[in-house]
Design a protein. Structure first.
Length: 254
């Protein structure tokens, strides 16, 4: 007597295995993107909080010292940095003690003076960093029409205010696009402010990489001018920019 063969293969075919692997890869990829996006959102919120605290530290410093600190240059270990010489002479060697002439070694293209302000977190060289680990940047108005620079010279604002308050003319610009920026200014229609006393900003997640888009280039180290950009976040712009109004500064000092 013969019996039918009822045995069946219990394994997966190569096609079935390939489909399972593709599904697993898609699930893992989606999870990775989701975690990365969540991490960036958390870093952005933390950095915004840090920038707000820095603004408060600047106001507190101004109230106590009657001036704003100079930015910290790359070799300063997070300390505010002055020139040896007043204008119109060449800057000379960088100094890390307060100078009566108030001339910063770099007004527009340097870093938050975390050591001077007593801020954290910092990197191993004493510079304030954002949630991505990039150094936070800081610019302060040099009020070019008045010497010594009233916002960074000891009692400079008080002295100018007593003589003629209209001579206090903070001149940092923040624009909503880099289009048509020229001669340290941008068109009035693009100005978010034309009278910021200080600008503090993070270069975002990609801050360690030289940008190629115009809006980020306006904030990059090679621009070295008084114009900054705060644009709508996009794949080509992730800088986070805040600024200090002179009215808030004067109110706090009074």
């Amino acid at each position: 007597m013969t019996f039918p063969n009822t045995s069946k293969s219990s394994g997966f075919t190569l096609t079935e295995l390939a489909i399972v692997l593709v599904i697993v890869a898609l699930l893992i990829g989606g999870l990775t993107v989701s975690l990365s996006a969540s991490r960036d959102i958390a870093n952005e919120k933390e950095t915004q909080k840090q920038l707000a605290l820095i603004n408060e530290a600047l106001l507190g410093f101004a109230a106590g010292q009657s001036r704003l600190p100079c930015p910290a240059t790359a070799g300063s270990n997070g300390r505010e940095t002055f020139c040896t010489n007043a204008l119109p002479a060449a800057c000379g060697a960088e100094l890390y003690t307060v100078q009566p002439h108030g001339r910063c070694a770099d007004f527009f293209n340097a870093f938050v003076p975390a050591a001077t302000l007593g801020l954290s977190p910092t990197d191993d060289q004493g510079f304030a960093i954002d949630a991505w680990g990039n150094r936070l940047r800081y610019a302060v108005s040099n009020n070019a029409a008045v010497l010594p620079p009233p916002f960074t010279a000891p009692s400079g604002m008080k002295t100018v205010w007593a003589i003629d308050p209209t001579q206090l003319q903070p001149d940092l610009r923040v624009c909503n696009t880099a289009a048509n920026i020229a001669a340290n200014d941008c068109p009035a229609a693009n100005q978010l402010t034309n009278s910021a006393v200080a600008v503090v900003f993070s270069t975002g997640r990609n801050g360690s990489i030289a940008p190629t888009a115009a809006n980020e280039l306006a904030n990059w180290t090679t621009s070295n001018d008084r114009v900054f950009v705060s644009a709508t976040p996009s794949p080509s712009f992730d800088d986070i920019v805040i600024w200090l109004s002179p009215n808030i500064l004067y109110n706090r000092m009074i």
